[in-house]
Design a protein around this ligand. Structure first.
Ligand code: AMP
Length: 144
């Protein structure tokens, strides 16, 4: 999928937003949703998406939405750090297939990092156990 293509409303995050497929939610408001990555690169990997924008990537997003997403990513990262006490964290955001993007609804990855734990591959870490994700999501939510 190139950088320049129409928004596909059948992408997996659009389906999550419409409630057509399940997601382990961390928190949401009327603008954003933060939920657990189902194929996490490590414990506590959270995704933040806009509920209102159909921007596929960073180039397309409206500045106001970008500001809202950045604040949501900061709020989420703060809770992740409080809940899981990592040594650091990575914010990742991929654009276009060649840029590593696999779901074409703009999103930010928040991935806690521990010095002694290698990061799993992007999209190749295997599917997480949903019950474990729910436990982690509850811990992060409690730290918001
Ligand atoms: P990207 O490759 O940057 O587009 O990131 C897409 C992310 O969505 C990957 O990290 C996937 O593991 C994650 N993902 C794919 N399907 C789902 C799903 N159904 N629920 C939660 N996360 C998903």
């Amino acid at each position: 999928m190139t950088l320049h293509a129409p928004y596909d409303p059948s992408n997996i995050f659009a389906k999550i937003l419409r409630g057509e497929i399940p997601a382990v939610k961390v928190w949401e408001d009327d603008q954003v949703l933060a939920f657990m990555d189902a194929f996490p690169q490590g414990e506590g990997h959270v995704l933040v998406i806009s509920k209102v924008s159909t921007a596929r990537n960073l180039l397309e997003v409206e500045p106001d939405t970008l500001a809202t997403l950045a604040a949501a990513a900061q709020r989420t990262a703060s809770a992740v750090v409080k809940a899981l006490s990592p040594d650091g964290f990575s914010i990742m955001q991929f654009n276009g297939e060649a840029g590593g993007q696999t779901v074409f609804h703009l999103h930010f990855h928040i991935i806690p990092r521990w010095s002694d734990r290698p990061l799993k591959g992007h999209g190749s870490g295997g599917m997480a156990d949903m019950d474990e994700l729910k436990v982690t999501a509850a811990k992060i939510r409690a730290a918001l």
